[in-house]
Design a protein. Structure first.
Length: 304
């Protein structure tokens, strides 16, 4: 019995570590500082067809307006990760407080004990390994593998919250929405909303009637770093106030930047979607836990 529990614990820890690997690479070059746009950032919008009567700006605004009003999204979930030939499942929970934190917890099946915690805030990333009583807490600038990939809290938040986003901003205004493009296809129930930013192409497939985002993709292509793609799918929308939130999310990151093609898929299947606010957005790490050097943690993740 103890051997079985140990295996379950190790699988759960692998799951949370792989989640961090996904987060580190999944938004490769997709985001920049939230406080101000980089002076070197150039936004390109595909040319629209002047003969197209489709009111694309109205539709893009409709998609943006679908964002939930709630400040908190909380729910228990089933977590599944597929990577490196492994298929790992474990119970967990998702706690998000807008503009403050995204937290994924992983538990031991049946026992319900937390074994891992991954937390993103606007200022730092926190990974806790409760099995080995170790943790890492570092700013985005301290984590080279995040800094070099341009990871930003606000863009990651937009993906989790099923919203449009624009690199270099943390809020979409009417003027910014004009940088997006949308083209309707009479033979499809989905309308792609797109924007180009240098080597990055962003695409959101939205329901033609409701404007709900059904899928999002980010494609990064460069001669130096190869090709990386992030595909994010949404389903099982639940009412949150007068808006809808996807209780099921699955995202896959594929890259050739690591000299060989690698892929990781993370699926979050929420049992419920609540707006409970009676939880602390800040995690306090026990003084009994050992702080691990950034590079050591990265090496541990890469060797899973």
């Amino acid at each position: 019995m103890m051997k079985k529990i140990k295996i379950v614990r190790n699988n759960a820890c692998s799951a949370i570590a792989l989640a961090l690997l996904f987060a580190a690479c999944g938004t490769k070059k997709a985001v920049v500082s939230s406080s101000s746009s980089s002076p070197n950032t150039t936004m390109k919008t595909p040319k629209s067809n002047e003969n197209n009567a489709f009111p694309k700006l109205n539709f893009i605004q409709k998609v943006a307006d679908n964002a939930v009003y709630a400040t908190d999204i909380v729910g228990d979930l089933k977590l599944n990760i597929k990577a490196n030939g492994r298929d790992i499942s474990a119970p967990g929970s998702l706690h998000m407080r807008k503009n403050q934190v995204i937290r994924i917890q992983v538990f031991i099946p049946i026992l319900g004990t937390e074994v891992g915690r991954l937390e993103f805030t606007p200022d730092y990333v926190l990974l806790i390994d409760r099995l080995h009583k170790e943790y890492i807490q570092a700013s985005y600038q301290q984590l080279d593998f995040l800094k070099n990939n341009g990871l930003n809290f606000y863009s990651l938040q937009s993906l989790f919250w099923n919203q449009l986003f624009l690199p270099g901003t943390n809020q979409l205004t009417s003027d910014l929405l004009q940088r997006f493009d949308a083209q309707r296809n009479a033979h499809s129930s989905l309308i792609p909303v797109t924007v180009q930013n240098g080597d990055l192409h962003f695409n959101w497939n939205c329901n033609a009637e409701s404007g709900l985002i059904q899928a999002a993709s980010v494609v990064y292509q460069s001669q130096k770093h190869g090709r990386s793609t992030l595909d994010w799918h949404y389903d099982n929308f639940k009412p949150v106030g007068v808006k809808q939130f996807p209780a099921w999310q699955s995202f896959t990151f594929t890259t050739t930047a690591t000299q060989r093609k690698q892929s990781v898929q993370l699926t979050l299947d929420m049992e419920e979607v609540t707006t409970k606010a009676n939880w602390d957005a800040k995690t306090t790490v026990s003084p009994k836990y050992k702080k691990v050097e950034t590079q050591d943690v990265l090496g541990k993740i890469m060797n899973l």
